[in-house]
Ligand binder design. Structure first.
Ligand SMILES: [Zn+2]
Length: 463
């Protein structure tokens, strides 16, 4: 049973999946007009870890994360640099995936782009106009939030108190300051798309509701993002789905932000340090470990000293990998062999780690257990109990691998032919074709490998 804090209900509750055994998750992606910052790195790492853990638990996960490739910031940068909006978006999307790849994040199953969904957004806006929950103004179409009875659910506030706290904008056409733009009417020199209610471009909140429902379907399981997206972005996505009569996300999950000193990490506060900078200076696994050592709903502080601390912890893990000659796991690989039988000492560790992660993704507790086991494995090996120590070390490696953190012991590089044999052997084992699996094992042994079975499939190392 996996339990997770649900922002809509304000409590930790069991994940009730729409389709048993399958989990659909949507993570709001970036607007591509600048280098990704540390906050982007953190929230994508958290949902990468969650996705890997759900997969490790045997769920078939479909992970969708969008690219917002048209918006005010992209237009502004394009005009400032004398480039097209398409060029700006392309450039920064490439840098985004480069950084996410650098963090060892698995690529989403789908990456919808807003500009390829404009027709579907226009259709939704037409429906909302028909249902009288949207209205036209001289500068575009707005959504009337007073038409949604439980508006404020994600913010955790009633409409009246939200209204009292709302920033008063200089827009005399809006009926309420909380109303938001579904469609922005065409302005000269900006990219525009045709629509029955006038040329223009979609508002940000309309993108995600359309793309998530299109790819994951009504009533999908989990909608994730950084804490700052809870309101108004997610509130407004939800309001549109409710008004359109479409069952929306069953669970909402939000992650905490990054602090540098005492301030929230974001470009608007002027303390922007790019993720690209961080990745150039440190081992990206140290950032993953720093993220894992805090609870995903708490803020984290990223400073040279917290990074150095994570690097020291990482060095202990790599030393374990060298001592026990562990194979490198994780990376893009998400699949798990269900046949693995944990040795008794490792089973206890596995159960402790699983209990922590299944209860609101308590990664700091899981990591604490794994480091206790690391000390125990070293102590056992010092005392001469090699087999027990090795069982523990293999389990630590497999469990960190399941969280996307690869231990590096200077392991052997694997050639293409051997890698192909490993993959064929995993397929054979998954199909319970033991004779074929044994034959492939013999082939690997003939090539000079020692072959082991693990929770993540076949492991090989030089004999
Ligand atoms: Zn979104």
């Amino acid at each position: 049973m996996i339990r997770l804090f649900d922002s809509a209900r304000g409590e930790i509750r069991e994940l009730h999946l729409r389709d048993p055994g399958q989990l659909s998750m949507y993570v709001c992606g970036p607007t591509v007009y600048d280098l990704p910052h540390l906050g982007h790195g953190r929230y994508t790492l958290i949902w990468d870890v969650a996705r890997r853990w759900f997969t490790f638990r045997g769920l078939s996960v479909r992970y969708v994360s969008n690219i917002t490739d048209i918006d005010d910031n992209i237009i502004e940068r394009a005009q400032r640099e004398g480039e097209s909006e398409v060029e700006i978006a392309k450039t920064y999307e490439l840098l985004w995936w480069e950084a996410m790849g650098g963090l060892g994040e698995a690529y989403p199953n789908d990456v919808p782009h807003a500009t390829l969904y404009v027709a579907e957004m226009v259709a939704l806006i037409e429906l909302l106009l028909e249902r009288d929950v949207a209205y036209a103004t001289p500068d575009g179409i707005y959504f009337d939030v007073s038409k949604v009875a439980d508006y404020g659910l994600l913010a955790g506030q009633a409409l009246d108190s939200l209204r009292a706290g709302a920033r008063v904008e200089a827009n005399e056409h809006k009926r309420s300051p909380l109303d938001f733009a579904l469609w922005k009417n065409a302005k000269p020199g900006e990219p525009n798309w045709p629509a029955p209610f006038g040329e223009g471009r979609p508002g940000w909140h309309t993108e995600c509701v359309v793309m998530s429902l299109d790819l994951l379907g009504d009533d999908f399981d989990l909608h994730c993002g950084g804490f700052d997206l809870r309101f108004p972005h997610h509130e407004n996505e939800r309001a549109q789905a409710v008004a359109a009569g479409r069952p929306f996300a069953r669970h909402w999950a939000h992650s905490g932000w990054v602090m540098v000193g005492d301030e929230k990490m974001s470009k608007s506060l002027g303390n922007f340090t790019s993720l690209t900078d961080l990745l150039a200076r440190t081992d990206s696994r140290a950032y993953r470990l720093l993220v894992l050592r805090s609870h995903y709903r708490s803020p984290i502080e990223v400073t040279p000293s917290t990074i150095a601390d994570a690097e020291r912890a990482l060095a202990r893990l790599d030393a374990l990998a060298r001592r026990f000659d562990l194979a490198e796991l994780a990376g893009e690989r998400l699949e798990v062999s269900s046949d693995f039988i944990w040795p008794p000492a490792a089973q206890v560790l596995h159960d402790e780690v699983a209990a922590a992660l299944n209860e609101d993704l308590d990664t700091p507790l899981a990591v604490a257990r794994l480091f206790e086991a690391l000390s125990r494995a070293n102590a056992l090996a010092d005392a001469g109990d090699e087999p027990l120590a090795r069982d523990l070390a293999l389990a630590i490696n497999a469990l960190f691998g399941a969280l996307g953190l690869a231990l590096k012991g200077g392991a052997d590089s694997v050639d293409g032919i051997s890698q192909a044999l490993v993959e064929r052997r995993d397929e054979a084992r998954n199909a319970r074709n033991w004779a074929e699996a044994d034959r492939l094992r013999d082939e690997l042994v003939a090539l000079g490998w020692t072959v082991e079975d693990s929770a993540l499939g076949t492991l090989i190392r030089r004999s």
